[in-house]
Write a protein that binds this ligand. Structure first.
Ligand code: 5GP
Ligand code: MN
Length: 319
């Protein structure tokens, strides 16, 4: 934690970058946009940059149309704020290559696996979402919580807490969410775009994923997988995969749910969820990944079959 006013730290810098993790989700997008708008009120101008375009369902968020891709990064920029990233590699590209002059790194995050890589680290692992930390930060800066900021931060909270179902939901989360509604967060629009907006492709991907549903360790492990062939035949993009892991997780008696996604030949992205006792952050760390105790991920460089074998083997030892 740092006590310095972020606005004071950033004051000497003309333009600041805000970066988030690859495959952006509701928390990192909402947090980045809320922070950018709050800082702007204090005369601090930012560019929000993400490796890939955001999923369509978050495009209703005010300011999302200004999110840039790494190609348009300002090479002269010296200060950067990482949002919702447990380490610098999470952004998915080499920052030094694009911005060699960076000399100030601020790290705002809630992952237990955070490596405290910044010059200033604002890491609160009790926060259900990075959006919670951003909200408190904006209040401390005496920024006005506009309806647009409230909408961005409410989106962060509601998505990362699984609509306030996951164990990371605390009374603070709910109090902050209530405050954000009072500040004008557009709950109905958020609901419509995020949960009532499935495309036919989403449903076809769900069908394929459920078709792969398999079990291990006396049904305490449930997993699904999608091969590159299947993914290509369905013509899907990253955004069609969100929430799939909730299906194996939702099964009674399952402790660990795993989703294997072959993203390139010999590259498999793995998502983990657990319910009661398995620390999936530690599980993911075995393969160089990380995240939270109940939600984590990693990437393996091998075939889909090998990834499934290796990951199941390690998971079975911890169940
Ligand atoms: P998801 O399964 O939704 O992609 O990710 C679950 C959680 O684990 C998120 O908080 C995400 O940031 C984190 N996570 C996912 N993949 C990785 C990874 O490869 N490395 C690290 N450090 N964290 C990850
Ligand atoms: Mn998050």
């Amino acid at each position: 934690m740092f006590d310095e006013n972020i606005a004071t730290i950033l004051a000497p810098y003309k333009k600041i970058l805000i970066l988030t993790h690859e495959m952006p989700d509701g928390d990192c997008i909402g947090s980045a946009l809320g922070l950018a708008q709050g800082l702007k009120q204090k005369g601090i101008y930012t560019d929000v940059v993400m490796k890939t375009p955001i999923p369509e369902k978050y495009s209703f968020l005010p300011g999302s149309e200004e999110i840039l891709l790494p190609d348009s990064l300002n090479k002269q920029v010296e200060a950067v704020i990482f949002v919702d990233c447990s380490d610098m590699e999470r952004i998915g590209f080499n920052l030094k290559e694009f911005c060699p002059k960076i000399n100030m790194i601020i790290n705002i995050d809630h992952h237990v696996s955070n490596t405290h890589f910044g010059h200033f680290n604002l890491v609160d692992t009790q926060a259900a979402a990075t959006g919670e930390i951003i909200y408190k930060l904006l209040l401390k800066m005496e920024a006005e919580i506009t309806p647009d900021i409230a909408t961005a931060l409410y989106t962060a909270l509601v998505t990362d807490s699984g609509s306030f179902q996951y164990d990371n939901t605390t009374s603070t989360t709910l109090k902050l969410a209530a405050d954000l509604l009072d500040y004008g967060a557009n709950r109905k629009t958020i609901k419509k775009y995020i949960w009532e907006n499935s495309s036919l492709t989403d449903i076809n991907v769900l069908k394929a994923a459920l078709n792969s549903l398999s079990f291990s360790a006396e049904n305490k492990i449930a997993y699904i997988y999608l091969s590159l062939n299947t993914i290509n035949s369905l013509q899907v993009s990253d955004e069609n995969f969100e929430g799939l892991i909730n299906y194996p997780r939702s099964i009674a008696g399952v402790e660990v749910a795993i989703f294997f996604k072959e993203i390139e030949p010999q590259v498999v992205k793995v998502s983990f969820r657990s319910k009661e006792y398995v620390d999936v952050n530690q599980l993911a760390a075995v393969f160089g990944g990380g995240g939270h105790v109940r939600a984590a991920g990693c990437t393996l460089s091998c075939s889909l079959d090998d990834a499934i074998k290796q990951v199941l083997n390690v998971t079975q030892q911890r169940i």
